[in-house]
Design a protein around this ligand. Structure first.
Ligand code: ASP
Ligand code: MG
Length: 458
């Protein structure tokens, strides 16, 4: 019988469509997302070190996300405070930020390099803002000034990588990551961000390109700059990894990987070789500073492995975070400072029942407070929240008519222990006043006052 091509066409079509899908999946899979934080690019030598690490990935489709260099964000926050509060000399503080970058650049580049003009343009746009009367919304001002740290860093590193022979293209993240207009805490608009990534980022990477962009910042529909919250560059990298369906994401840090506790606070910490998404999200949410807590969800949702590796010893294994992981863990401790305990009680002695709790949570959401722990009795309710800016006082004022509110925020910290052992808890409690303690399965949380000197490094 003759080959009946019409009869077989659907099968052939299906075969090609299927293979095309596999092909696209393979291309996607190959994309790696790297994040270099402030400490990894804090001076001339560390920029050179980062460039040396990247040389090893020349042939991979790669998206590199960078934060501001060293402690630049802290410096820029001071500029904003001076400008908005009209206290101190914002211009002079900004001059300090500029000169620091010029010094780094003069060591990295020939004076005729076009990077000087590009960086200068970014500086000038901030200087123009500083000459204007400050906008009434502090958070808005913040987001129009602080992102210059990331913008300048990415220009400098991209230009330096080009000199070292890495064909990298610079990408303005504000053209891709769209957020709402809640300044300093922009929420990602996923559909638009996904569409932008597929239109503007994926085509370059799928041809094997290397892109460099900024962490921590996004843009609104009206083209204003927003930020995603301090230390948000990890989250930026995860947003891209998710939208690109990346093969993996790597965070390059100044520690060997994820540790059982913060080495600045505790002795005898050890590195974890493997960690599940669940452990990672639990610990980072409660203050383990190694990764931004929002990073895990996008990666978990697409089963993208996260590697936390040392930029000092890039050949060491670091920590792998993914689905499969150990089922037994050593005790892990996270300490979140700057906590406030808010005691709320009804003025008329009515029970704190569902309708009160639901009302209080609407208010908590309105002020975007992060609740870390809560407890209630017949007529009172206590919540432990992160004490950021003036938010808790504004929240207290807004409910004061119906509730009596007492705020305790002097030197409070939240200690979270997973997989605890009796001796771990004993050690942590020593010398401290424990205001609230809660246990759920393998987790213990304590709101504590006072830091014992004996167990901690001074
Ligand atoms: N540079 C910003 C900060 O220091 C963002 C980041 O580091 O991820 O908060
Ligand atoms: Mg930083």
């Amino acid at each position: 019988m003759l080959f009946d091509r019409w009869r077989y066409m659907p099968t052939v079509n299906r075969f090609f469509r299927c293979n095309l899908k596999q092909f696209i999946a393979r291309m996607n899979k190959k994309i790696k997302v790297f994040k270099f934080g402030g400490a990894s690019i804090k001076d001339v030598d560390s920029v050179k070190n980062a460039a040396a690490i990247l040389q090893g990935f020349k042939n991979d489709p790669l998206l590199i996300v960078v934060s501001a260099m060293g402690k630049s964000t802290d410096k820029l926050e001071k500029v904003v405070a001076a400008y908005a509060g009209k206290k101190g000399d914002a211009g002079k503080l900004f001059e300090g930020f500029k000169n620091w970058h010029y010094r780094v650049m003069s060591d990295l580049f020939d004076e005729k390099d076009s990077v000087f003009d590009e960086v200068n343009d970014l500086f000038v746009s901030v200087e123009w803002t500083l000459e204007e009367e400050p906008h009434v919304n502090y958070d808005f001002i913040y987001d129009q000034i602080v992102p210059v740290g990331e913008l300048v860093a990415s220009k400098i590193i991209a230009s330096y990588l080009k000199i070292t022979g890495l064909p990298v293209q610079w990408l303005d993240v504000r053209d891709v990551i769209l957020t709402d207009d809640i300044y300093r805490e922009g929420w990602v608009q996923w559909d638009e961000t996904m569409a932008n990534t597929m239109a503007k980022v994926h085509p370059i990477l799928s041809k094997g390109g290397i892109l460099m962009t900024q962490g921590f910042i996004g843009g609104t529909n009206e083209n204003f700059t927003t930020t995603l919250g301090r230390e948000g560059s990890d989250y930026t990298a995860a947003i891209f990894a998710y939208c690109l369906g990346a093969e993996s994401m790597t965070i390059w840090k100044d520690v060997p990987g994820v540790l059982t506790a913060d080495p600045r606070l505790f002795e005898n910490v050890t590195k974890l070789d493997r960690l599940s998404y669940k452990e990672a999200i639990e610990m980072t949410y409660y203050g383990a500073k190694v990764i931004h807590p929002k990073t895990i969800k996008p990666l978990q949702n697409k089963s993208i492995p996260l590697y936390v590796k040392s930029f000092i010893s890039p050949n060491e294994e670091g920590t792998f975070i993914g689905h499969e992981a150990e089922d037994t863990y050593p005790p892990m401790v996270a300490v979140e400072k700057n906590q406030a305990l808010i005691h709320i009680s009804t003025r008329d002695f009515s029970f704190v029942a569902e309708h009160h709790i639901s009302y209080l949570f609407t208010k908590i959401a309105e002020f975007r407070l992060q609740v870390n722990l809560m407890q209630n009795t017949a007529i009172s309710f206590a919540v432990c929240v992160n004490n950021i800016d003036n938010k808790i006082h504004q929240f207290a004022e807004s409910i004061e008519k119906d509730f009596k509110v007492i705020i305790d925020s002097e030197g409070l910290e939240l200690i979270t222990v997973r997989h605890y052992m009796p001796q771990t808890l004993e050690m942590l409690r020593r010398g401290k006043i424990i205001l609230v303690e809660e246990r759920i399965r393998s987790t213990v949380q304590m709101v504590a006052k006072e830091v014992p000197r004996m167990e901690r490094k001074s």
